[in-house]
Write a protein that binds this ligand. Structure first.
Ligand SMILES: [Zn+2]
Length: 290
């Protein structure tokens, strides 16, 4: 009989929440944009660490030894996917982590460039909402005690993203259609372009890993002249020199800095995703709408 009681006790422990009420869920995010989504959904029920920090380039990240420890301690590792974090599988393997990998972009139909998927899906707010829903579902499954809270926080944040999407559409509607074209450093705005109808041309491809050739740069310069592209933009994660050179050779103005693949720190203009979209829209409209 005593043995049966013990088994029942063990069974009840097993079916109870895997997490004690006071314990926060350990989550690692690969870079600042999915990290901001996790923060909005998870709030203070999540203990969040971010691998690639503010203003840094997630394409070419070199993990630090401390990152393996952070991954080893995590219950969830939230990544973008679509081939963005090429450095991550080896890091997870070397950490010996049992963490679940959550691909935040799951379910999004990628834009293809040849055989490569464009990883920058977050630049469309429609896609950002899919990221948030995926993250909410993963947090709720990993911490069922807090599932209702995560769903409520996700719902409130998704409503903010709806409002943001309307702001973007209203702002772009004010730009004359023939001026809706810009140069950016690398091809980070394909999903933004597809969703909102601004053409982006970039000397670098969808990754910052390769340098543009002299021929690529010459091609961009003649395109700017032929299509009368009103402005070129710097990026917060990339070196300024290439774009400044293109601006000097074409006489086109530098319209400002776009936030592409990484948020800024608290002192910068875009410490959150919503700040990033507002910053970019303001930079684009002030350079293009007259
Ligand atoms: Zn990028």
């Amino acid at each position: 009989m005593r043995r049966l009681l013990l088994l029942q006790l063990l069974a009840s422990l097993f079916t109870a929440s895997p997490i004690m009420a006071a314990e926060r869920l350990n989550v690692v995010a690969s870079f600042s944009i999915p990290a901001d989504f996790v923060r909005n959904v998870g709030g203070d029920r999540v203990n969040l660490t971010t691998l690639v920090g503010a203003n840094s380039d997630v394409h070419v990240y070199t993990p630090a030894p401390s990152d393996a420890k952070r991954i080893a301690d995590a219950k969830l590792v939230v990544v973008n996917g679509l081939g963005l974090e090429g450095w991550l599988p080896r890091l997870v393997q070397s950490s010996g982590s049992k963490a679940q990998i959550v691909t935040a972009s799951a379910g999004i139909g990628p834009i293809k460039l040849g055989s490569e998927a464009d990883p920058h899906a977050w630049q469309s707010i429609f896609n950002a909402k899919i990221y948030v829903t995926n993250i909410s579902n993963a947090l709720a499954a990993a911490d069922p005690v807090d599932a209702d809270l995560f769903r409520a926080q996700a719902k409130a944040y998704l409503e903010k993203l709806e409002t943001l999407d309307r702001e973007v559409r209203d702002a772009i509607a004010k730009i004359p259609p023939d001026r809706r074209k810009v140069i950016s450093t690398h091809d980070a705005f394909g999903y933004f372009a597809a969703e909102y109808g601004i053409q982006f041309i970039a000397p670098l491809g969808v990754s910052t890993e390769t340098e543009p050739s002299a021929r690529d740069i010459a091609g961009i310069i003649s395109q700017i002249k032929a299509q009368k592209i009103p402005a070129v933009f710097l990026e917060n994660i990339s070196d300024d020199r290439l774009i400044r050179r293109i601006a000097a050779e074409t006489g086109s103005k530098v319209g400002g800095t776009l936030i592409s693949d990484g948020l800024t720190d608290e002192k910068g203009p875009a410490p959150t995703y919503i700040d990033m979209v507002r910053h970019n829209i303001k930079a684009l409209t002030s350079a293009l709408d007259h």
